[in-house]
Design a protein around this ligand. Structure first.
Ligand code: AMP
Length: 116
């Protein structure tokens, strides 16, 4: 039996609503439902073949480069072009959705914000 679709795949399929800010053939980006910064957007490859950034980097570095380029585009369009990019990898690191995604955090992040 195959695994149920990830919550992000369900957003891509429009089964769950989200505030989508960018979409291409390979990537979707939407606002995080529990923002940790003035700008907090998730950039998600549409495939759920990769559980984390390590798997994505090994299997499809071009798609990882697209994720980074999309992060820059979003930070430029929605903030001042400066951003922090986080890939939680593993549940001890805070990963809760095992469909690779980047957190794009922007706005004014003061020293010590986000815990580091
Ligand atoms: P991570 O903990 O790194 O796996 O990140 C998962 C992120 O997905 C968390 O920051 C959640 O707030 C976010 N999230 C979960 N469900 C939704 C949703 N339906 N729409 C937008 N963001 C979500």
């Amino acid at each position: 039996m195959s695994n149920p679709p990830s919550i992000f795949t369900r957003i891509i399929a429009r089964e769950i609503p989200a505030d989508i800010v960018f979409e291409s053939d390979s990537i979707i980006a939407f606002r995080d439902i529990a923002p940790k910064a003035p700008l907090h957007i998730l950039v998600v490859p549409k495939t759920e073949a990769y559980r984390n950034v390590t798997e994505l980097a090994a299997a499809d570095p071009g798609l990882l480069a697209e994720v980074v380029a999309t992060a820059q585009l979003i930070a430029s369009e929605h903030s001042d072009g400066q951003y922090r990019l986080i890939f939680n990898t593993g549940d001890n690191a805070g990963q809760t959705v095992f469909h690779v995604h980047a957190h794009v955090l922007g706005g004014t992040l003061t020293e010590g914000s986000l815990g580091f």
